[in-house]
Write a protein that binds this ligand. Structure first.
Ligand SMILES: [Zn+2]
Length: 298
């Protein structure tokens, strides 16, 4: 959720007590009573009752936020949006600076920047503005190159696979390609020859904010998905001339991915070892976060 999504102990304690006594009753009843009691209905665990409260809190929270903040909550609860929180910095590439952690927590708690007006361009500093402010250096190239390299390296670890990266700003095209060629055939590696194109977009961008759903549907997760889908469709329409199957990878700066990108990750998960796949997710999560807070002012 927006912050760390942890329920207060005051809320959890009664649920835990109720679940514990219910479980104890069910266990003790056959021992203590001579006649067996009628078989009770299914027990409600602490996890279940807390989950209901969390879902209710989430709905109430989303209803009270601006569209930008609501999308940020959805992003923060996505896999890539939250993995950095549980990543143990056991190697330099997994470390965050104090500034990065502070800025990330400020975003997660929906605080945003402290100034009401942007100190760079003077416009109203709405939540997410720092990601799209035209007067700030946006590090677009850095965030794309970093993420492309991380995915490329993980794919290259599959035996019998050759991966070629084409960074942004390449002479012939301004694209971010990962070309995967399997040398042993797709049956042996589980990975088919393919070309991937990576795009990282901000959900605070003008196009994203202009995206709407029919019937005044304001569901932030569907809104974000629709925008990311439209970016992926655009990539497919402007795909390079190549005879390899083409798959766009579209991520939001906060870590959301659209349906087709989720499928690309699922196929990657099948061919990589668990360690490689998890490390890739951690590095991607950190890479996006670092790119996101680079233009942020505390
Ligand atoms: Zn600005």
């Amino acid at each position: 959720m927006g912050g760390l999504g942890i329920l207060s102990y005051k809320t959890v304690a009664p649920q835990a007590y109720a679940a514990a006594s219910e479980a104890a009753d069910a266990t003790l009843a056959p021992i203590l009573t001579l006649e067996s009691l009628p078989t009770s209905t299914q027990l409600i665990t602490q996890h279940q009752s807390c989950q209901e409260i969390s879902a209710g809190n989430r709905e109430a929270l989303l209803g009270s936020l601006t569209p930008e903040q609501a999308k940020a909550v959805v992003e923060a609860s996505s896999k890539l949006g939250r993995v950095w929180l549980t990543t143990i910095p056991f190697q330099p590439s997994l470390r965050l600076t104090d500034f990065e952690v502070a800025a990330a927590l400020q975003l997660r708690t929906l605080t945003g920047e402290s100034e009401a007006h942007c100190t760079s361009c003077g416009e109203a500093n709405f939540f997410g503005h720092p990601e799209v402010c035209l007067q700030r250096k946006l590090w677009r190239v850095a965030r794309h190159e970093g993420a492309t390299r991380i995915i490329g390296q993980a794919l290259a670890s599959t035996p019998g696979t050759r991966v070629r990266l084409e960074p942004l700003g390449h002479q012939t095209s301004r694209r971010n390609h990962i070309q995967v060629i399997t040398l042993l055939g797709s049956q042996a590696t589980g990975l088919a020859n393919a070309e991937y194109d990576l795009t990282v977009v901000s959900l605070a961008s003008k196009d994203a904010r202009a995206t709407s759903l029919p019937d005044q549907d304001g569901n932030p997760s569907r809104l974000a998905n629709k925008y990311l889908d439209s970016v992926a469709d655009h990539k497919i329409r402007h795909r390079p001339t190549s005879n390899l199957p083409f798959h766009p990878i579209v991520l939001s700066l906060g870590g959301m991915m659209n349906g087709s990108t989720t499928k690309v990750f699922a196929s990657g998960k099948r061919v990589m070892t668990r360690g490689t796949y998890n490390l890739m997710l951690k590095r991607l999560s950190l890479c996006l976060l670092q790119a996101r807070v680079r233009s942020f002012e505390l």
